[in-house]
Design a protein around this ligand. Sequence first.
Ligand SMILES: Nc1nc2c(c(=O)[nH]1)N[C@H]1C(S)=C(S)[C@@H](COP(=O)(O)O)O[C@H]1N2
Ligand SMILES: [Mo]
Length: 228
Amino acid sequence: MTNELPAGQREISRFPRFGLTKFANRFPQETGRRAILISGNVERDVLVEDALSELPRVEQVSDFHCVTTWTRRALRWGGVRFADFFDQVIRPQAAPSQSATVVILRGQDGARTSMRLEDLLHPDVLLADMLDGKPLTVEHGAPIRVVAPRHYGYKSVKHLSRIEFHRDEAAFRPSAFRFMDHPRARVEFEERGRWVPGLVLRYVYRPLVAITAVRFERSMKKYREKAG
Ligand SMILES: Nc1nc2c(c(=O)[nH]1)N[C@H]1C(S)=C(S)[C@@H](COP(=O)(O)O)O[C@H]1N2
Ligand SMILES: [Mo]
């Protein structure tokens, strides 16, 4: 049974660059800079210059489930566990408040989402800088991205630049309409969005997959051309 796809998902053979249409043309400013800012309800804001250095490296093969219903199976990520980064860097250096259980993750392109700290501390959540044995490309989140395989893809923020600790979601402005960002977005429970049942959203999102992938691909091509 482990080989079965989660409810409503369909396997695709490629791994498209993907997201909300408004991010198709937004790119990270500095793919060579690996700095991550830790802020919010912490004792000290900390700019961690090289977030992954000096932590144990892990490799993990996991499936990737986009909320729009595509699944890319068996991606091989390399990076460090978020839990290790939290215990060995965030906690000692920034000292988040005990009551800060909501974490806002931001990417260099302006994308953002929130997660519960307890979900981020699961051992399969990574800060990844490698995919299939190669350094992460801009398409897939260079220099560093979150990989949270039990949650829909929008929790796996690419080009990660900031991790913010909060007591609740008051400070959080989602990238899209709020209904599109479930606070947990667990694939297992089909938490695609809030207020609207996952089963309904399947059919709303599915027709958008092909067109969105094409847009992201076109923008990427232009970006590459400009970069030379
Ligand atoms: N910074 C950033 N992170 C992001 C996105 C984005 O547009 N920008 N899109 C999200 C969505 S909806 C998905 S499905 C995955 C897609 O990851 P991929 O482009 O590597 O396939 O990234 C997520 N993280
Ligand atoms: Mo997605």
